[in-house]
Design a protein around this ligand. Structure first.
Ligand SMILES: [Ca+2]
Ligand SMILES: [Ca+2]
Ligand SMILES: [Ca+2]
Length: 821
């Protein structure tokens, strides 16, 4: 009961599956009724009996022949002898102990010496059929799978051979004639060495099939004729295992596989299948895989969850079909063992042939998983050309992992309709190791755990080329260090020596061969908030793809910058002669956390304090009137010393001077220290006298004197002391300043004009004598004079800002009265 049900399910499945069918035939011979009973349905101990029962449908397996394997060569001779079988009735799979024999499994199982043999059903294989209702189009399928950039990585070569096991071939087709390795081919369908299609039925339904499949794997590319093919430079071993009508069996297909492996194939493409498992064929496939030959097979075209064999063996790369929109072709079989889909409907162009034209004919629509499969074989050949030693498992994973996840997968990594997605040749080649790397070292010139905000640091990465491609630093596919996780992230550490915000560095070397090291170097700088940052990078081959993630990241802790500093030494001549030039040196230790520079981000300069004041010791060697000195060193790291060398030119006027400096750091501010120099100047002229300034709110007028006693007296009388207005020459000279007082106005008036003095004296002003002497040189400090008609008072100041303010308040500006200090 149980087995009958199984048989009927197979039968109905065969009815549904249009493309591939395997037929196991068991014909019971009249001569052996007693043994037949022995190997009955119910005999659960007989594996052979089960095989016979499973495949007794003549549409699944040949009922008149079997495949037989002898345990050893000697076993063959004794087995044939004891059963009176002529060795001419056996066809050998070359170099093996396996044969096709024209006896049913049932008949074989009744012969003597069963321990010397294994018996297999001769399952029937059929070419994958082609739906004929598709539209014509160009070779969209190649662009779809990113073939052009894959060819930038590898075009394969004649040493990589794809065995196309199929119907016969148009041996002299213009786009295949140079690709066929005819000497390595064989025709197991007709058991001869000529693989030409149509020798038994030129009008056979699948007479074209092998030609089309071969062209999709490796039609001659870049020959100005016909098609391009994914496999580009790979050669083809043409193996005919199916008839012109598209049928073969366990023996013909398995023989083809053994032959392919033994004749140097790197890849086997099987656009064929059946609906049932087949342990003999499975052994042949395992033989291929164990010899490092990649096996690719069609999932079948029955629109069901019923992947054909051998594709349904998980070790095989099982290929389904997709359309130009990356949607599963309606016919394409699906299921848990589907690995991948590739273009197979919607107008895939292929070479073809018919009874009239076997050299220049092309099909506008070779459709079905038969079409998808040789394209994946072509991709496997490209991978093999990069990595000749890669195994079936590795090639399958490169193809799976490089696949594009299409919309129909709804965000999943795998689906039964699409497997791991639609092939992407470029991404698979990258994963196959065209571009791969290992991090050798990473370094920075600063401590990245304590990097002040705004501080620049130079990072260096040494990368080993562990791939098969030579890295270039120019051309269409330069290798660069780029932001990663997420890819192409705009980095906040970007600086102007990057290529862009996501491309930190070009390769420094012009090229780096496999096995050698390449160098990347770039600056980082960020004004982002203090805190920890993890900047991840990876290598990218532009217009090709990303490398493996080698785990390159820089952990950066940004801290707030500090301008802290300490005086180490302050050397100068404390007692100098007027107008002499003496050396001075101030050494300051950088106790902050940023590097000071002579020029650039953090430029450290020794300024005069207060900022923008002028120094009487300014020398022509100074950097500017505000900056006494720039540091000697080009850069001073934290905990190092900065040296400021400069000269002091003592002033003409004697006195005790206090020179004060302050360290200013561009982009950071003032340091927290004030180097001070107390210098006693002698041998020159006397020191300038201060002019004290006072204001009486009740009078609304100012009073100026150089006499400290007088100043003290009027302060006691209610005048506000406003400080030192300016300084004047200590000695009499040719520029006296005349002082006058008007008792009626209660105001003082000062002028250097003798005429003006005489005029106001005649108007009732009292002359009070020479107040002081002005400077005789106009390069000293101008004294501005103003008059308020409403107050009827004069006001003098050396401060231009103050002058401008009172002018705007209604005072008339009367010009520069004289010069002082
Ligand atoms: Ca032939
Ligand atoms: Ca071509
Ligand atoms: Ca698989």
């Amino acid at each position: 009961m149980k087995k009958s049900k199984y048989i009927s399910s197979i039968a109905s499945a065969v009815g549904i599956f249009i493309l591939l069918l395997l037929i196991v035939i068991s014909i019971y011979t009249p001569g052996a009724p007693q043994n037949k009973k022995q190997n009955s349905l119910n005999d659960k101990n007989s594996k052979k009996a089960e095989n016979i029962l499973e495949y007794q449908d003549p549409s699944i397996a040949d009922q008149k022949s079997s495949v037989i394997s002898f345990n050893s060569k000697g076993d063959k001779e004794s087995f044939l002898k004891s059963n009176s079988i002529n060795s001419n009735d056996l066809i050998q799979i070359p170099s093996t102990n396996s044969y096709q024999i024209n006896l049913s499994q049932e008949q074989l199982s009744e012969l003597n010496d069963q321990d010397k043999i294994k018996i297999y059903p001769n399952v029937i294989y059929r070419a994958t059929a082609t739906p004929n209702d598709e539209l014509y189009s160009q070779q969209w399928n190649l662009a779809k799978v990113s073939a052009p950039s894959a060819w930038d990585i590898s075009k394969s070569s004649a040493s990589i051979k794809i065995a196309v096991i199929d119907t016969g071939f148009a041996k002299f087709h213009q786009d295949l004639v140079n690709k066929f390795d005819l000497a390595s081919g064989y025709d197991f369908a007709n058991n001869d060495s000529d693989v030409a299609a149509g020798t038994t039925n030129i009008n056979g339904a699948y007479v074209y099939h092998g030609t089309s499949a071969a062209s999709l794997a490796a039609a001659e590319t870049n020959n100005s004729v016909g098609l391009a093919s994914l496999g580009w430079g790979s050669r083809i071993i043409p193996i005919q295992s199916l008839s012109d009508d598209g049928f073969g069996n366990t023996f013909t297909v398995s023989a083809g596989i053994y032959h392919a492996v033994n004749n140097g194939a790197s890849v086997i493409s099987l656009s064929l299948g059946s609906t049932v498992p087949d342990s003999f064929l499975e052994n042949a496939i395992n033989y291929a895989i164990s010899n490092n030959v990649i096996v690719v097979a069609a999932s079948g075209n029955e629109s069901c969850n019923c992947i054909n064999y051998p594709a349904n063996y998980s070790s095989v790369i099982a290929v389904g079909s997709s359309d130009p929109s990356d949607v599963r072709s309606s016919f394409s079989n699906f299921g848990n063992n589907l690995d991948i889909v590739a273009p197979g409907s919607g107008g895939v162009r292929a070479a073809t042939m018919n009874s009239i034209n076997q050299t220049t004919l092309y099909s506008s629509n070779f459709s079905g998983t038969s079409s998808s499969t040789p394209q994946v074989a072509g991709l496997a050949a490209l991978i093999k050309s990069l990595r000749p030693s890669s195994t079936q498992t590795e090639v399958e994973s490169y193809i799976r992992n490089g696949a594009d996840k299409v919309a129909g997968m709804a965000g999943q990594n795998f689906s039964t309709s699409y497997g791991y997605g639609r092939i992407n040749a470029t991404a698979s080649l990258v994963r196959a190791g065209a571009y791969s790397w290992q991090l050798q070292s990473q370094s920075s010139d600063k401590n990245l755990n304590l990097l002040p905000r705004g501080e620049k640091s130079t990072l260096t990465v040494i990368a080993k080329n562990t791939g098969t491609q030579t890295w270039q630093n120019s051309g269409p596919n330069p290798v660069r260090l780029a932001t990663y996780a997420p890819q192409d992230r705009a980095s906040t550490f970007y600086t102007s020596n990057w290529i862009s915000q996501s491309r930190a560095s070009n390769l420094l070397e012009s090229e780096v061969a496999p096995g050698s090291n390449g160098t990347f170097q770039f600056d980082i700088q960020s004004g982002s908030a203090a805190g920890q940052y993890n900047e991840k990078f990876n290598l990218v081959a532009e217009n090709i793809g990303w490398f493996n993630d080698a785990g390159l990241n820089f952990l950066i802790t940004l801290i707030n910058p500090s301008s802290s500093a300490q005086i180490v030494s302050n050397t100068y001549t404390a007692s100098s002669t007027a107008t002499s030039i003496t050396p001075s040196q101030i050494i300051i230790k950088n106790t902050g956390n940023v590097t000071w520079f002579k020029t650039g981000v953090y430029t450290a300069d020794l300024y005069i304090n207060p900022y923008n004041s002028t120094s009487p010791f300014q020398d022509s060697s100074w950097f500017s009137s505000a900056i006494a000195s720039r540091m000697q060193e080009s850069s001073v790291a934290p905990n190092s010393n900065a040296t400021f060398n400069f000269s002091l030119k003592s002033p003409q006027i004697n006195g005790s001077y206090t020179q004060q400096y302050r360290l200013g750091i561009t982009n950071l501010g003032w340091s927290n220290l004030y180097p001070t120099q107390n210098i006693n100047v002698s041998g020159g002229t006397e020191e300038y006298k201060p002019v004290y300034r006072h204001y009486s709110p009740s009078r609304g007028s100012h009073f100026y004197t150089t006499d400290l006693n007088e100043s003290n007296i009027i302060r006691a009388q209610g005048w506000n002391f406003e400080g030192i207005a300016w300084r004047v020459s200590p000695n009499p000279n040719s520029k006296p300043v005349y002082r006058h007082y008007s008792p009626s106005r209660g105001r003082h008036f000062y002028t250097t004009s003798q005429n003006e003095s005489n005029t106001i004296r005649s108007q009732g002003w009292n002359y009070e004598g020479v107040a002081w002497y002005a400077s005789e040189t106009t390069t000293s400090q101008p004294i501005y004079r103003h008059y308020s008609p409403t107050r009827r008072a004069h006001f003098y100041t050396k401060d231009l800002n103050e002058s401008n303010i009172i002018r705007s308040q209604g005072w008339n500006f009367e010009g520069i009265e004289y010069y002082a200090f």
